[in-house]
Each structure stands twice: as structure tokens, then as C-alpha cells.
Design a protein around this ligand. Structure first.
Ligand code: FES
Length: 176
């Protein structure tokens, strides 16, 4: 496999692009590093904008449609900024049979959003995943990176209310 020639850095000068550049450099700009590069981009920016996907496509010399196709295939990538708190409900088979659907609906109703949505104040997002790889703990949800197994709709909703309320208070304090 031949390494590709490096394209110029992102013209915006946004420092975050340098983190992506470093990942691409580590993999010698090879096309099969696409997944690692997408991961680095999501970790750095929090979500994958069209501009980011286009930049990666250019840098790795991979057609935009392919970059977009890979990004949309994997559940861990998101394409809009998430809320300050994010709850991922696993909708894989094991979790589904243990009531994941009910948990997602309960959370969605509690915060008046749809799965995949973010509250208007930007404090909470609800996302769905295919399988989080902890099927023995079904139903599984992940709140702000914390894996919570054998979760209940009421339990996770109460916890989300707490963290959202804490953020709201913090914002109000800052606003004086
Ligand atoms: S199906 Fe939910 S963790 Fe695997």
C-alpha cells in the first residue's frame, strides 16, 4: 500500500484540524485509515460536519460519497452538534427485547424531543445505537460516556433530569 501525498492544511487555521492531520499523518494518509480518522474528527469536533467529511475526503483522496457512506454506516458518528449531555439508548436486539424501545420513548416524551433530537436549550440529546457491545447488561444506555446496564426508563430519566438541572443551574449562576 502506498502512502498518499499530503494535501495542504485546512485554510481556516482552526487548530482542531491539526488533531485530524496528526492522525492522518500517523497512518501515512492511507485510505484504509478512514475509520480512525473519522473517529479522531468526531472526538475533536464532537460531530462530523459536511465540511469535515469533505476535508477528510480531500486529504485521504477518498471520494466524498465513500467517506459519507462509511460515516453514516457506523452508529457512533453523529452529524449535528450534540447537547451538553447525551444519552445513547442501545436499540440492538438484546436491548430491544429487554425494553430499550420503551426507555427511548419514555426519555423522548420526558424531554419532549424525538430520538436523535436535542432539546432547544441544547442541554440534552437522545441518540440510538445498534449494539453497544454489552448485551449481557441489556438494556444498556450510555449517559455522558458512562455505561449503565440493566437500566430502567424511570431510573435513567431521573438521572438525566439531575444532570440537566445541574447544568441549568450552573448556566443561571454564570448569567448572574
Ligand atoms: S444489543 Fe444492546 S448492548 Fe448489544
Amino acid at each position: 500500500m502506498t502512502a498518499k501525498k499530503q494535501a495542504p492544511p485546512h485554510p481556516s487555521g482552526d487548530e482542531r484540524y491539526k488533531a485530524i492531520d496528526r492522525t492522518m499523518k500517523r497512518f501515512k494518509y492511507q485510505k484504509d485509515a478512514l475509520l480512525e480518522v473519522l473517529n479522531a474528527a468526531q472526538e475533536t469536533f464532537g460531530y462530523l460536519s459536511e465540511e469535515l467529511l469533505f476535508y477528510i475526503s480531500q486529504q485521504l483522496h477518498v471520494p466524498f460519497a465513500r467517506v459519507y457512506g462509511v460515516a453514516t454506516f457506523y452508529h457512533m458518528f453523529t452529524f449535528e452538534p450534540l447537547g451538553e449531555h447525551n444519552c445513547i439508548v442501545c436499540a440492538g436486539t438484546a436491548c430491544y427485547v429487554k425494553g430499550a424501545d420503551y426507555i427511548a420513548r419514555y426519555l423522548a416524551d420526558a424531554f419532549d424531543i424525538e430520538p436523535g433530537g436535542t432539546t432547544p436549550d441544547g442541554l440534552f440529546s437522545l441518540t440510538m445505537a445498534r449494539c453497544l457491545g454489552s448485551c449481557g447488561l441489556a438494556p444498556v444506555v450510555v449517559l455522558d460516556g458512562e455505561v449503565r446496564g440493566k437500566e430502567t426508563a424511570e431510573g435513567i430519566t431521573a438521572r438525566v433530569r439531575e444532570v440537566v438541572a445541574a447544568s441549568r443551574e450552573h448556566l443561571q449562576e454564570e448569567a448572574g
